[in-house]
Design a binder for this molecule. Structure first.
Ligand code: B12
Length: 360
């Protein structure tokens, strides 16, 4: 995505960043209003200012420079700015004169800002947009489809670990005959996983989405999932045992690293959440049969732990604890081994300290 957009100068970017750093909502809103009054296009504010600033927020949070609270405050400021732009976008003609797009995230997905940016750009470009936000279960989506009859569902996925749930949403649109346009980093490089799940279209960004939608409107229902039975069975195998596996890994980890035990149980919650995400990433990787999903999560987790002064080699121990219970699924064992190889190669710990892959 190009950052060089008319009216979005280095000074403007620095001023907006400053608003994010200081959680200055009023300053961000005033800056946004001024840019629009100066004739900067709404789309350029959304994609040339807010989106890249939000990506920098991600870098600051992941590197430990910012706390979660700072990230939340900054994201809220970005959301205020998007809302300010949205309020200035003229409504498209009456319903029926422009295409109707329903923008949604799958369940388990709370990254609503990327979807909202898409929604507003499509609105600027003349579509009628209905925005459902984050964490939408398939049954709720279907009921909304019946009530509001959109021409297209635009599905945003940021976390690859939510791919199986995104698949549920895509398939839920089928009986209603509504095509699905997929987008967001969670669908992988070039939208590989969007097509595997049966999406009809994939676009890496909002302008490309607009181009694709206008090329053939409404888009035909061409998507066909290409998941093999072994992969979905391996996913289901892990999903069925998720709770028991999670208990086993949390317990084993706390036994090995007593500092993780916390009498107030506050730490337990964080450990359980992280390990749950690790299991979901392994399951999602098995589902689309691509080791990059699990490796992508391990790479995030290793960087996240390192930035918070926790030895990322603990991830190796986690994979060891999973090796025995998952050895009955060659599919899952293969994805686990790929993750272990990645950690072995990328963690800079003396190899003598590492435990063998089978040492559960
Ligand atoms: C803000 C944020 C959050 C906020 C979200 C708030 C909100 N209202 O959106 C909160 C705090 C909820 C959050 C939580 C988590 N987050 Co977060 N988050 C971010 C952050 C910093 C910014 C996201 C964002 O707005 N990006 C800016 C937009 C503009 O970029 P974009 O996503 O590429 O979207 C554009 C295109 O992809 C496209 N697009 C998007 N959707 C669609 C859909 C269609 C149809 C189309 C055509 C196009 C399209 O258009 C968008 C606009 O240009 C990112 C860092 C980052 N670099 O993005 C991490 C990030 C996404 N989060 C991450 C993680 C890990 C998490 C957590 C798991 C953390 C945790 N340990 O709990 C949780 C998961 C919560 C959940 N279940 O969803 C990781 C994901 C890593 C991975 N590969 O799995 C990231 C990348 C951070 C990092 N540096 O590692 N997060």
């Amino acid at each position: 995505m190009s950052h060089d957009r008319p009216g979005i100068t280095g000074d403007v970017r620095a001023a907006f960043d400053d608003c994010l750093v200081h959680a200055d909502e009023e300053g961000a809103v005033a800056l946004t209003v001024r840019l629009l009054q100066d004739g900067v296009r709404a789309e350029d504010v959304l994609l040339g200012l807010v989106a890249p600033a939000q990506q920098r927020v991600g870098t600051r949070w992941a590197s430990g420079e910012w706390t979660v609270a700072q990230e939340h405050a900054a994201t809220h400021v970005s959301e205020r700015s998007v809302a300010t732009v949205a309020a200035a976008i003229p409504e498209p003609g009456p319903a029926g004169t422009a295409g109707a797009v329903l923008v949604t995230c799958s369940d388990g997905e709370w990254h609503t800002l990327p979807a909202r940016l898409l929604a507003e750009v499509l609105r600027v470009r003349g579509f009628h947009v209905r925005f459902l936000g984050g964490h939408v279960p398939a049954a709720q989506l279907v009921s909304d489809l019946h009530q509001n009859a959109p021409d297209v569902v635009a599905l945003s996925c940021t976390l690859p670990m939510r791919l199986p749930l995104a698949h549920g949403l895509i398939q839920a649109c089928r009986p209603a005959g509504v095509p699905v346009l997929a987008g967001g980093c969670g669908f992988g490089p070039d939208g590989t996983w969007a097509y595997a799940l049966g999406a009809d279209l994939y676009a890496p960004d909002a302008p490309t989405a607009d181009t694709l939608l206008r090329r053939q409107w409404p888009p035909p229902l061409t998507g066909e999932p290409s998941l093999d039975a072994g992969s979905t069975e391996a996913y289901a195998h892990l999903a069925r045992r998720r709770s028991a596996l999670l208990r086993h890994v949390v317990q084993s980890l706390q036994d090995r690293f007593p500092d993780l035990r916390d009498p107030t149980h506050r730490q337990d919650e964080a450990t359980t959440e992280t390990l749950g995400q690790l299991l979901d990433s392994l399951a999602a990787g098995a589902f689309v049969d691509d080791p990059r999903v699990f490796i992508d999560y391990l790479s995030f987790a290793a960087a996240f732990l390192t930035a918070r002064s926790t030895d990322p080699a603990r991830l190796l121990a986690v994979l060891d604890f999973l090796a025995a219970p998952l050895s009955d699924s060659p599919h899952l064992a293969r994805h686990l081994a790929a993750g272990r190889t990645w950690l072995d190669t990328h963690l800079t710990r003396p190899s003598a300290e590492r435990r063998p892959a089978t040492g559960a």
